[in-house]
Design a protein around this ligand. Sequence first.
Ligand SMILES: *Cc1c(COP(=O)(O)O)cnc(C)c1O
Length: 392
Amino acid sequence: MIDRIYLDNSATTPLDPSVLEAMMPYLTTDFGNASSIHTFGQKAKMAIDKARHQVVSLLNARSPNEIVFTSGGTESNNLAIRGLVEANSRHGRHVILSAIEHPAVEAVCEDLQKQGIELTILPVYDDGIVRLDDVREAVRDDTVLITVMAANNEIGTLQPIREIGQFVRELRDAGRKIWFHTDAVQAVGKIAVNVEEIGCDLLSFSGHKINGPKGVGGLFVRRGVRLHAQNIGGRQERGTRAGTENVAGIVGLGAAAELAASNLDDIDTRIRSIRDRLESRLLESVPDAIPNGDRDRRLPNIANISFSSIEGEALLIALDMQGIAVSTGSACSSGTLEPSPVIRALGHGDDIARGAIRFSLGRQNTAEHIDKLLAVLPPAVERLRSLKPVTQ
Ligand SMILES: *Cc1c(COP(=O)(O)O)cnc(C)c1O
């Protein structure tokens, strides 16, 4: 057995043992339905209340009523975007999004477009960052929603969400009916995410990206913001999301939120420094390695590098055979390798987009993991390049 090294923490993270421990009672003895009046039910309800407070504290929300638990980041994005547009259709039919949104945002917007909603897609330039001026220019009288992610999941770039939040607040103060959603699934737990400072109306997050369980997440919904429920048939989550609560999952999300808050310093210092070493050493030791996206304004745990003249997928498999897990960020559809739309949005050609590899670190990673990668990767790239038939 080799000790596998996991550098794909943007895809998912391992469940923290303390989170599992917090969840265990609700998977076993304390199995009550939080809607029941008896003691079993009240125990479950209290556990959910505690988790809601833990999330409130991580995000600096004003009230537990501003948190809606969901099945994860995807559902949160669906509820935020479709729920807001449907609830406010009389105010407008135009939505603004960035060119590098997660598919869970992009697909919902495209689906709304089929129903007559108009979209404006903001460019991100070669640094992978949206410009506030472009947001200002894109806003129309009938714009109801701006959705721009907090941090990109492939290249880690941080978007100007505070500036956008401030801008949207000014528009609303002037009487406009316009709201701001941010997908913060990657940012939460990696950098401080404070809904008051950002000034967003809606913010999505997910459990399994912060060492919590899969299948649970949430949406911050600022007080007074109306959403059309996407799941109906019960009064759970104040009617915004019907269905018996995933009590153990929610308890795990709460515990993970508390843990994430206490780990931000470690991510900002230790993880950032081993990420920086990983990146600078690879750029030095591998010819024609190109970093993707702005290297300052990004998450401390992600490095995305293109190795020209090779398929990222081939390198991923070569690294996996040596016990190292990374990702390409490209979708493999029906056997054809589609280059990553995010890397394409930076203006790169197919060769650069196809050779992109994402290294995403988590709190379990160590300097030794990076040493192993640095020993294995350069020769793997050289081998793949030497195998490539010369086509010129
Ligand atoms: C992972 C991810 C999602 C989806 O979250 P799930 O909980 O897996 O549904 C949404 N947005 C971003 C930016 C992500 O990285």
